[in-house]
Write a protein that binds this ligand. Structure first.
Ligand code: GTQ
Length: 349
C-alpha cells in the first residue's frame, strides 16, 4: 500500500481515477473535505458602505430614465463587491434602494420572498399590504409578508427613497420562489390606515387568535415616531457594552422576530459610546437612521452618516463608535440560523 503511494505514476493514476469517477457523477470527498466542513465560517462577502451622497444622484438619474410602472420596481441593487453578478448584499440577503417619484405607482404584485423597507427619505409615500395602507415616513420599518399583495405609491411632493431587504437568496436556496401580478395596478383597500398597528401593536391583542400573515408579524409598520423615543428612553436604563441600546422588532403574537426569515433590530448608541468587540454567525445589513459614527470590522474601518447603508460579514469581529447620537437599523438572517440551531456569537470583554 505505502509502496504504491510512492510510485512515480501515482499522481497520474489518481488523476485517471478522478476522471473516471467524474464520468459516473462521483467525486472523492477527501479532495473536498476542507471546503465542505471548514473549521469556522470563512465569509466570501466583504464589508462595504454605500454612502447616501453617492446613491441619491444615481437614484434620481434612474428616475429620469424609466418610470416606476415601467420598471415594476425602480431599484438599484446593492451588490456586495465580493459577490459580483449575484444580486446579493450578503450571502443570504438581497438589498436594494427603491425610488418612487411623486404621483407614481409601483404596481401590485406578490411573491413568496419576504421584503422589508427601511425608509430613508419620504414626504408622502405609502405602501398597501393585504388590503391595508400605511404611510411610509423616514425611519419607519415596514414589512411586506411573503405572498401578500403589495403596491407602493407616492402622493407627496418629493422623491420617496427606501432600503429594500429581501430573503431572495434564502428562498432561492430552497427553490420555493413564486410570484404573480395583480389584475389591477393598485389593490383595493379594505381596512382603515394603520388598522394592524392599532389592533396588534399597542400591547393589546385581539381576543380571538388570528394570524393574518402566518409566520410574519401582523404589524407591518413599526413607525420611527415610536421607535426613536423607545430607544432614547431605554438608554437611560443602561447601555450594554456590546450591543449598546438594542431593541429588536418583535412579533406581538409570539414574541419571536417580526419576520420568519429576516431578523431585524434597532441599535442606539449615545454620542461617545464605544462598543466592545462581538462577532456572530449572521452577516448584517445596516442603515443609518440618524447620527454619525464608525465601525471597525476585521481590519476594515467604515465611517458613516445619515442614510448610509453598509454590510458587515458574518463571523468577523466588529465594534462601533458613535461620534454623534447614533440610531441604526439592522437586518440579518439570524432568525433562520436560530431556527436551525446554528446561530453562534462571541464577545470580547
Ligand atoms: O418592492 O416588491 O427591491 O418585489 C425587489 C423585489 C423590491 C418590491 C425589490 C421586489 C420589490
Amino acid at each position: 500500500m505505502s509502496a504504491s503511494r510512492k510510485d512515480a505514476t501515482w499522481e497520474a493514476r489518481r488523476a485517471d481515477f478522478y476522471g473516471r469517477l467524474d464520468t459516473q457523477s462521483l467525486a472523492p470527498l477527501w479532495e473536498r473535505m476542507k471546503g465542505l466542513v471548514p473549521p469556522e465560517p470563512r465569509p466570501k462577502m466583504r464589508p462595504h458602505l454605500w454612502s447616501y451622497e453617492s446613491i441619491r444622484p444615481m437614484m434620481m438619474e434612474a428616475g429620469g430614465l424609466l418610470t416606476a410602472e415601467e420598471a415594476e420596481r425602480r431599484v438599484l441593487v446593492l451588490e456586495n463587491p465580493a459577490l459580483p453578478g449575484q444580486s446579493k448584499a450578503t450571502n443570504t440577503l438581497y438589498a436594494g434602494i427603491q425610488l418612487i417619484l411623486p404621483g407614481e405607482v409601483a404596481p401590485a404584485h406578490r411573491h413568496t420572498q419576504s421584503a422589508l423597507r427601511f425608509v430613508l427619505e419620504s414626504s408622502g409615500a405609502f405602501t398597501a399590504v393585504g388590503g391595508e395602507r400605511t404611510e411610509m415616513r423616514a425611519g419607519d420599518f415596514v414589512i411586506t409578508p411573503a405572498w401578500a399583495w403589495h403596491d407602493h405609491g407616492n402622493t407627496g411632493s418629493g422623491p420617496a427613497i427606501w432600503l429594500d431587504v429581501l430573503d431572495i437568496p434564502v428562498v432561492g436556496f430552497v427553490d420555493a420562489g413564486f410570484s404573480e401580478h395583480h389584475n389591477d395596478q393598485q389593490q383595493s383597500i379594505a381596512r382603515p390606515e394603520d388598522d394592524a398597528l392599532w389592533r396588534f401593536g399597542t400591547g393589546l391583542l385581539p381576543i380571538e387568535a388570528e394570524r393574518p400573515y402566518g409566520a410574519t408579524s401582523p404589524v407591518f409598520n413599526y413607525p420611527w415616531s415610536r421607535t426613536r423615543p423607545a430607544l432614547a428612553a431605554a438608554a437611560a436604563g443602561g447601555v450594554d457594552p456590546h450591543w449598546g441600546v438594542t431593541l429588536r422588532h418583535g412579533n406581538p403574537l409570539d414574541g419571536g422576530w417580526a419576520m420568519p426569515t429576516i431578523a431585524t433590530w434597532m441599535t442606539h448608541l449615545p454620542a461617545g459610546t464605544e462598543t466592545r468587540p462581538i462577532r456572530s454567525t449572521d452577516a448584517t445589513v445596516l442603515a443609518v437612521a440618524e447620527g454619525r459614527g464608525r465601525v471597525t470590522v476585521g481590519d476594515t474601518r467604515l465611517e458613516f452618516g445619515p442614510r448610509d447603508v453598509l454590510v458587515l460579514p458574518n463571523w468577523t469581529w466588529r465594534r462601533f463608535e458613535a461620534t454623534e447620537d447614533l440610531f441604526l437599523f439592522c437586518a440579518s438572517d439570524r432568525v433562520v440560523q436560530e431556527k436551525l440551531g446554528l446561530w453562534r456569537h462571541e464577545k470580547e470583554d
